[in-house]
Ligand binder design. Structure first.
Ligand code: NAD
Length: 263
């Protein structure tokens, strides 16, 4: 019997089969969860709809997380379809190219607001709606990155949004804990996805992490899926408000000189 047998999961953030949300979806499905997918908008339909069909996922709904109407409609449909849910995955982020890279001090007011709205604030209404259809408790998880904790030059506006997101996770964990709803952050190292392609210097980050991570490798969407399954399972019932790094130990390092670098 799968670890998530009998559980319903709503997953936000599949853009294509390289998405972290897709790695999570596949792992949760393997463990017996029934999945509902939500994607951002029409431009993604041609990738997300076939992916869902190939994998027997019937619930596939558009939801722009900047729209309260979209969120209301999505959760009304989820309630009609599933009755109750057990798992919510927030794997959604956006920043305009002009506010990623470049000088930190040039971040624009509009760019800041939009990035915060999509990448951080959206977890609050999604969690509120999810909690209403989680009468038996549940597991909510959001995707963050180490730039929330330490300065990673060029990550700029997204770093601020991730710091906010991780704090939102902790506040939601306290707010929803008495309802047996756990809220956690998954923080993977760099993975080549559509969103990552917008981070200047991403390829160099990836090869650098590969070289210096204590585990000499970088995370995959499958690695994130396995941790997400555990967090969603009953075995994780006492874990909430946590940030779980899936980065081969990168976050433990200070100034690092590998054996290869010693001259
Ligand atoms: P991705 O591009 O596949 O996923 C990002 C998703 O956000 C897309 O599906 C996109 O449609 C969605 N999105 C953007 N604006 C939206 C809106 N207004 N409404 C609804 N959805 C919207 O890339 P990914 O790397 O899989 O990103 C998933 C999450 O993982 C993000 O939060 C990202 O910051 C985080 N993350 C990524 C990495 C990495 O290296 N790829 C590392 C750590 C954390």
């Amino acid at each position: 019997m799968g670890l998530l047998e009998g559980k319903n999961a709503l997953v936000f953030g599949v853009a294509n089969k390289r998405s972290i949300a897709w790695g999570i979806t596949a792992a949760m499905q393997r463990e017996g969860a029934t999945i509902g997918l939500s994607y951002a908008g029409e431009v993604l339909e041609k990738r997300v709809l076939p992916l869902a069909a190939e994998n027997n996922i019937d619930f596939v709904e558009k939801c722009d997380v900047t729209s309260d109407d979209d969120i209301d409609a999505l959760f009304a449909k989820a309630k009609d379809t599933f009755g109750t849910i057990d798992i919510l995955v927030h794997a959604v982020a956006f920043a305009g190219r002009d506010n990623l890279g470049g000088r930190f001090r040039d971040i624009s007011r509009d760019g800041f607001k939009l990035t915060m709205d999509i990448s951080a604030y959206s977890l609050i209404p999604l969690a509120r709606h999810a909690a209403e259809i989680m009468p038996d408790g549940g597991s909510i998880m959001a995707l963050s990155y180490y730039a929330a904790e330490k300065v990673l030059p060029r990550y700029n506006v997204m770093a601020i949004a991730k710091a906010a997101l991780e704090n939102i996770v902790r506040y939601l964990a306290v707010d929803l804990g008495p309802h047996d709803i756990r809220v956690n952050t998954l923080s993977p190292g760099p993975i080549k996805t559509l969103a990552a392609a917008g981070v200047p210097g991403f390829r160099t980050m990836l090869s650098h992490a590969n070289k210096i991570n204590p585990i000499r490798d970088t995370a995959t969407i499958e690695d994130v899926g396995e941790v997400a399954v555990f967090l969603a399972s009953d075995g994780a019932r006492m874990i909430t408000g946590e940030t779980i790094h899936i980065d081969g130990g990168y976050h433990t390092l200070g100034l690092t000189v590998t054996e290869d670098d010693i001259d």
